[in-house]
Design a protein around this ligand. Structure first.
Ligand code: 5GP
Ligand code: ZN
Length: 116
């Protein structure tokens, strides 16, 4: 299993070294509100191990990725999103990934949105 990267901003959030407005946490996953939201509700779901991107995903990551997918409707409901949402995973430079620690965006709330 991957370990933490001391230079990674999301590993620092996982470790509690940088504050974040948390929406969910368990031993494998953390979810927190995006610092620069595109939508009224915009959270990031992050596996705690430092997996760089979907390119680095291994068969052993299947349960954690499945858990992230299943968590989204629950978290959107808890955050008051009632009319649909959008999930995005940016992968690599050409995929628009800026933070090189795998994460899934989940965005919802009434349109218009700032982006997306
Ligand atoms: P990406 O482009 O890599 O898919 O998305 C990275 C996201 O992380 C961006 O939407 C950006 O606003 C968010 N982000 C970057 N740094 C921080 C941070 O320190 N705290 C929080 N809460 N979000 C961050
Ligand atoms: Zn990391």
């Amino acid at each position: 299993m991957s370990t933490a990267d001391p230079h990674c901003i999301f590993c620092k959030i996982v470790a509690g070294q940088i504050p974040a407005r948390k929406a969910y946490e368990d031993d494998e996953i953390i979810a927190f509100h995006d610092i620069n939201p595109w939508a009224p509700v915009h959270i990031l779901l992050v596996p705690k191990p430092h997996i760089v991107s979907m390119v680095e995903v291994l068969p052993e990551h299947q349960p954690i990725l499945g858990k992230m997918m299943v968590l989204v409707p629950q978290l959107m409901r808890e955050l008051g999103v009632t009319d649909g949402y959008r999930q995005v995973i940016n992968t690599g430079r050409d995929g628009g990934q800026e933070v090189m620690h795998l994460h899934m965006h989940a965005m919802g709330g009434p349109r218009p949105w700032a982006r997306g």
